[in-house]
Every structure is written in structure tokens, then in C-alpha cells.
Design a binder for this molecule. Structure first.
Ligand code: ZN
Ligand code: ZN
Length: 184
């Protein structure tokens, strides 16, 4: 959704933008978790305000998806909301090379060289920034046993102790080699 900067009223204007999952996938590329499935389009609400030679871009973008828990692979429904307040400078980017160290307040300098702004692109960027690297079903998820694959949130398995304490595992192995029962 493209908006011409010159068409904005002086009091600013608010836009509703929907971005389909397929477009999100395309923008995120191969970086996203292959198990991620969007639960619907991302919903953006963006207010544009022009002031002099800058454009203020404020708003939020909500999006929902399901993705396997990074530890136990249970499908997790995730809901995220990116809140942003950006300033774009209007006009051509200065082409003189930077001869000094970039100061903190320059890092965010973002020039808009076109006479219009693409709000779909704004939402795509914000979703990419807000998308978690991984999801967990709960912060304390115990994950799967690396040996037998049991979901340790639901039940324990016989390998658990060995994993927790390698010294115990060593001892059990010695006993077994000895022919001694390992049960007690
Ligand atoms: Zn989990
Ligand atoms: Zn196990």
C-alpha cells in the first residue's frame, strides 16, 4: 500500500494495512523457522505525519502464527505486536562520504527518496524485527530426552538420571559390566 507524501493532510492520517502470510514469507526468506505457519495476515495501523522535511511513521503491527516449541516440538500459538515510532527524512540522501565516526543519533537516519512511502514494506520490516528467533511452549519447558525422545514435560524416562548426572551413569555402567543388578 503506497501513500503519496504530498497527499497527506497537515493533521496527518491513519491507515490500516494488511499483509498476507505469503508476502511475509517472501520478505523473511530462508531465515524463518520452516515450521512457522501464519495464522492470518499481519494487521498494521500506521499514522503518518509530515513535518517539514521529515515524516513521522507511528503505529503497530500485530501478527499471529504457530510454530513448534524449540525444545519439545509441541505446536505453540504465538501472538506478537510490534510497536514503532520512526522518522524518515525526506529528500535525497547526502552523497558526501562520511568522514567522521557515526554518532549515536545518526544511526537511525533513514532517507525516503521516493515521493511515496510503502506501508506494506513498513509492516514487513517491523514483523521481521519483532519475530522471535524461537518459541517455547513455556519458559520452563523440559524438552525431549536426547536419548529416547520422550517429552519430559509429560513423563519421565529411564534415561533421565543418566543425563542429569554423568557420574551416576558411569557408576551404573561399571555395575552392569560387573554383572551386578542395577536396579538398587
Ligand atoms: Zn516445549
Ligand atoms: Zn529418555
Amino acid at each position: 500500500m503506497k501513500v503519496r507524501i504530498d497527499d497527506l493532510p497537515s493533521e496527518g492520517r491513519t491507515f490500516e494495512v494488511e499483509v498476507e502470510g505469503a508476502d511475509l514469507d517472501q520478505a523473511l526468506g530462508p531465515d524463518r523457522d520452516p515450521g512457522l505457519v501464519w495464522s492470518g495476515p499481519a494487521q498494521g495501523t500506521i499514522t503518518l505525519n509530515k513535518a517539514g522535511r521529515s515524516l513521522r511513521v507511528q503505529g503497530e503491527a500485530g501478527f499471529r502464527f504457530t510454530e513448534p516449541c524449540a525444545r519439545c516440538l509441541t505446536e505453540v500459538n504465538q501472538s506478537e505486536r510490534a510497536v514503532f515510532d520512526l522518522t524518515k527524512l525526506l529528500g535525497p540522501e547526502p552523497d558526501h562520504p562520511r568522514t567522521h565516526e557515526v554518532r549515536d543519533d545518526e544511526v537511525d537516519e533513514d532517507y525516503l527518496t521516493e515521493p511515496e512511502i510503502d506501508l506494506t514494506q513498513v509492516v514487513l520490516e517491523q514483523v521481521a524485527l519483532e519475530l522471535p528467533q524461537r518459541v517455547l511452549c513455556t519458559e520452563s519447558c523440559k524438552g525431549l530426552c536426547p536419548q529416547c525422545g520422550t517429552n519430559l514435560n509429560n513423563e519421565s524416562c529411564r534415561c533421565a538420571q543418566q543425563v542429569l548426572d554423568p557420574r551416576f551413569a558411569m557408576l551404573a555402567k561399571l555395575r552392569k559390566d560387573d554383572g551386578t543388578p542395577t536396579d538398587r
